[in-house]
Design a protein around this ligand. Structure first.
Ligand SMILES: CC(=O)[C@@H](O)[C@H](O)COP(=O)(O)O
Ligand SMILES: NCC(=O)COP(=O)(O)O
Length: 237
């Protein structure tokens, strides 16, 4: 069965929108665990637009499952990750002006800094995942950089429909196979929701899906725990 990593970023987005103390992403994380989440994912962006440093520090000792901390490959973020020592660190690309993470990390171009980050995080006992596009060269570079895990960016799949979506699904299928051939744990995520996740599950070979925005959106109508439970049920099928 595929693990569900519940991404709590956009609970924090709602809080930051008003600059008040609620909704609390830490509370959301603990309730998500009770509702069946296998891990909690949070992205500490350099601009702190949603998750704050205090959220990461407060959550770390309270989690009963795993913390998957997403961050950019910068000295500041690596310092924080080494201090917090999450179970998993997922290295992601970041652009200040983007609405959300637009593409995967370019491991080939940034090979030296990524490999050094992987080594540093391993020394802090974190498992390291690289958030990359479903691209053979990037997958091979991720393996060479020493990361044991990749998270395939499903954003391109989620944004299109019809034939174009089938094409993206095929790219993901081939990428999963290549990741497994390289001996990597293959995760995936971004833009997945209650209608488009089934085809990803059916591909097989994926260990964990990280899903956030759709669960937060569904919670408006169904409540947070039901939204988590319903997503978890889809990963079982
Ligand atoms: C890297 C990634 O895919 C997640 O962090 C997700 O996108 C939520 O964060 P943003 O919406 O801020 O990109
Ligand atoms: N890494 C992807 C993730 O954590 C969730 O992304 P989204 O579901 O909020 O698009």
């Amino acid at each position: 069965m595929i693990d569900l990593g519940v991404n709590i970023d956009h609970v924090a987005t709602l809080r930051q929108q008003r600059g008040c103390g609620y909704p609390d992403p830490v509370r959301a994380a603990l309730l998500a665990e009770q509702a069946g989440a296998d891990a909690i994912t949070l992205h500490l962006r350099e601009d702190r637009r949603h998750i704050q440093d205090s959220d990461v520090h407060a959550l770390r000792p309270l989690l009963k499952t795993r913390m998957n901390l997403e961050c950019a490959v910068t000295d500041e973020m690596l310092d924080i990750a080494c201090q917090v020592r999450p179970h998993d660190v997922c290295l992601v690309p970041e652009k200040r002006q983007e609405l959300t993470t637009e593409g995967g990390l370019d491991v080939m171009t940034h090979f030296t800094s990524v490999s050094q980050a992987v080594t540093r995080l391993h020394a802090a006992d974190a498992r390291v995942s690289l958030f990359i596009d479903p691209d053979f060269e990037q997958i091979r570079a991720a393996a060479q950089a020493g990361a044991g895990v990749i998270e395939l960016h499903t954003g391109a799949y989620a944004q299109v429909s019809g034939e174009a979506q089938q094409h993206e699904l095929e790219r993901l299928r081939l990428a999963i196979a290549e990741g497994l051939r390289q001996g990597l744990k293959v995760n995936a995520g971004h833009g997945l929701h209650y209608q488009n996740v089934q085809a990803i599950v059916a591909l097989g070979g994926i260990s964990e899906l990280n899903i956030g925005h759709a669960i937060v959106a569904q919670a408006v109508f169904d409540g947070w725990e039901k939204a988590v439970r319903d997503m978890k049920a889809l990963l079982r099928s």
